[in-house]
Design a binder for this molecule. Sequence first.
Ligand code: SER
Length: 305
Amino acid sequence: MKYAILVIGACGQLGTELTRALRKKHGWKSVIAADIHPAMDAEGLYVQLDVFNKKKLAYIIAHRGVKQLYHLAAVLSALGEQNPAKAWDVNMQGLLNVLEVAKENKVWQVFWPSSIAVFDKNGELNPSTVYGISKAAGEYWCRYYFEKHGLDVRSLRYPGLISHRAKPGGGTTDYAVEIFHEAVNKGSYDCFLNRKSTLPMMYMPDAVRAALELMDAPAASISVRTAYNLAAMSFSPQELATEIKRHLPDFEMACNPDFSQAIANNWPVSVSDYRARRDWGWQEEYDIARMTEDMLVNLGQKELC
Ligand code: SER
């Protein structure tokens, strides 16, 4: 491969795993990791980048021959409600900067994650958080750049993502990651959502593979230029705790809902992703049982068979 791939937000929950997967697929020298942090604790090319610095972004793209770009930097839903102006700025201006610089520098493809946060509880496009509003508006900007400028931007509405490497920060679905760490380290977890709060979720290997498969799909097969719904499983804190208890029988969960509960109450229990399945063959591999087992193996609590 002669061109470079740039991952912005490479130190985040999704970025950490997507960068690894892209390096495995395309080679270590082809993938540049970028994040706002001074240095990344990993091998491979890394540049410090603030998404507000358009000049530096343009320089990296032009000088490194970047043709594919993953823009993952964002302020998540719960944290965004603490500082709406900042969340809007990072999420919206960051995306606009990336789209504009990608267009000017003739980047071939851009990936940008959207979220179930664009929906209300009935599954209508009706966001209730700054994060959700920025994702909904961002989706239309992605389509705009595709239609007006021919920039091949592709997007997925991710459910809550669960992973064992980098932790998420500031999301409403973060409980589903925290619960594993606390189960392993403390044997108990104090959940910030109520027991019955069912939300759409996905295990990270599926989330990464979905992004790679979407980006590999022929342009002609992409019928959704805002963002594709994407689904794998739905569960509540109680269902996840029960699953964890199968492996760690002494595990206990208490629930003390905080302000995140109101956000969760406005999100759908599940989404229909038939377009992703029809257009580019999406198929999840992990359900709650398989994910739980894999999480515990990777967090060192279960022997690999
Ligand atoms: N996981 C995200 C959040 O909870 C939703 O995309 O904010």
